[in-house]
Design a protein around this ligand. Structure first.
Ligand SMILES: Nc1ncnc2c1ncn2[C@@H]1O[C@H](COP(=O)(O)OP(=O)(O)OP(=O)(O)O)[C@@H](O)[C@H]1O
Ligand SMILES: [Mg+2]
Length: 359
């Protein structure tokens, strides 16, 4: 292929290549920056529209879970260019299940990878892009084990496209991808996301997703429940398989549910007065603050949020008198005693740590 010979000598070919359906990816060493890169050329120059769409989509997205574009390399034909990206040198997902199944607990790693994919896709969607071909061959781990999405060859901006032939990957493509002139939307990505999660969990696609039209893969979802996958997440997956796109949850909702699942029980709340300091966590999840006749309140941690329940007297949170239990804002001041008490009022500050998902 003569076009490859035009790649600048700064990039040293490592002798490894992947020939995809539409394009070929070769791996090179960037001698200047001393890092490995992937260079992608479209197989048939008449399909450059696809490559241009991929580049436009990728350049509008910022995400830890989407492949990073380093450059575009021009070739002598003004119609053609090569896409230069980071090389994802970690595992592909074909070995994912085998790597974790032997440890006996598939649930914790499944929630982590499901979170990463949902984070990538919700960032894609926030940029106004639909991926259009979500499936396990279009994502891969980098050298730190972070999962990243790539292959935006079928991506489009919201509202841009209706189909006239089937596009996507069978078994992962939503029902609307099989019918002509129907809008492909971000909801199609929600369907393909859920199919990808079941593929990871079971090592293959459930039969219900391979038939056309597909149906809800009930026995796979039941198996997830029996393994201890949280019910909220199983229900979100089930909704993703709805025939109507409008009934499917957006990726941002799935990401938020998984985020909560992964940080559950890991917050620390600190309550401080001028003389004392108390910590709340899962191991010490409730405390009653008594300020004599000024007032008292119970503060509890329910493993996701902190709540305050006024018991007697006058209790204010951020200068608002409270008379019923409420969620305590992550950074707040509690005041005990009526404002008319002046300097006799007692104050506590409250702060919460913001745990990050550990991948
Ligand atoms: N940056 C990368 N790092 C590592 N491997 C990559 C990278 N980009 C692509 N690949 C590998 O090359 C294959 C083809 O890439 P890609 O999916 O982008 O091309 P494609 O022509 O659209 O493929 P297909 O039509 O077969 O999906 C991928 O399945 C993956 O295994
Ligand atoms: Mg691909």
């Amino acid at each position: 292929m003569p076009r490859w010979s035009l790649i600048p000598s700064r990039y040293q070919y490592l002798g490894e290549a992947k020939v995809g359906g539409q394009s070929t990816v070769r791996f090179y060493r960037d001698k200047r920056l001393e890092r490995d890169v992937a260079i992608k050329l479209i197989n048939d120059i008449r399909d450059m529209k696809r490559m241009r769409g991929e580049v436009r989509a990728l350049s509008s997205i910022r995400s830890k879970h989407v492949i990073e574009v380093y450059d575009l390399l021009d070739t002598p034909s003004s119609l053609d260019f090569a896409l230069l990206t980071e090389r994802l040198s970690g595992h592909d997902l074909s070995s994912w299940r085998a790597r974790y199944a032997s440890n006996g607990d598939l649930v914790a790693p499944l929630l982590k990878i499901a979170f990463q994919i949902s984070a990538g896709l919700s960032d894609v969607h926030a940029a106004g892009v639909t991926h259009g071909d979500v499936n396990p061959t279009n994502m891969r781990e980098d050298s730190n084990g972070i999962v990243k999405l790539f292959d935006f060859g079928l991506a489009r901006f919201v509202g841009a496209v209706t189909t006239n032939t089937f596009i996507g990957t069978r078994g992962f493509a939503a029902p609307e991808c099989y019918t002509t002139h129907e809008a492909i939307s971000q909801a199609s990505d929600s369907y393909a996301y859920a199919a990808t999660i079941l593929w990871l969990a079971e090592g293959s696609l459930p039969a219900e997703l391979l038939s056309v039209p597909s149906s809800i893969p009930s026995s796979s979802l039941t198996r997830l429940r029996s393994w201890g996958v949280p019910e909220d997440f199983v229900q979100l997956l089930e909704r993703c398989f709805s025939a109507s796109g409008g009934a499917r949850p957006p990726l941002v909702e799935i990401r938020s549910a998984l985020h909560n699942e992964l940080i559950r029980g890991r917050h620390r709340g600190r309550l401080c007065s001028s003389s004392n300091s108390y910590e709340l966590s899962t191991s010490h999840n409730g405390i009653q603050i008594k300020a004599g006749t000024l007032g008292d309140a119970i503060i509890t941690y329910d493993s996701l949020h902190f709540n305050v329940n006024p018991m007697s007297g006058s209790v204010a949170v951020n200068s608002q008198l409270i008379t019923a239990p409420m969620r305590l804002p992550a950074s707040s001041v509690l005041a005990f005693g009526d404002p008319s008490e002046g300097a006799a009022r007692r104050y506590y500050t409250f702060d919460v740590s913001h745990p990050e998902v550990v991948l």
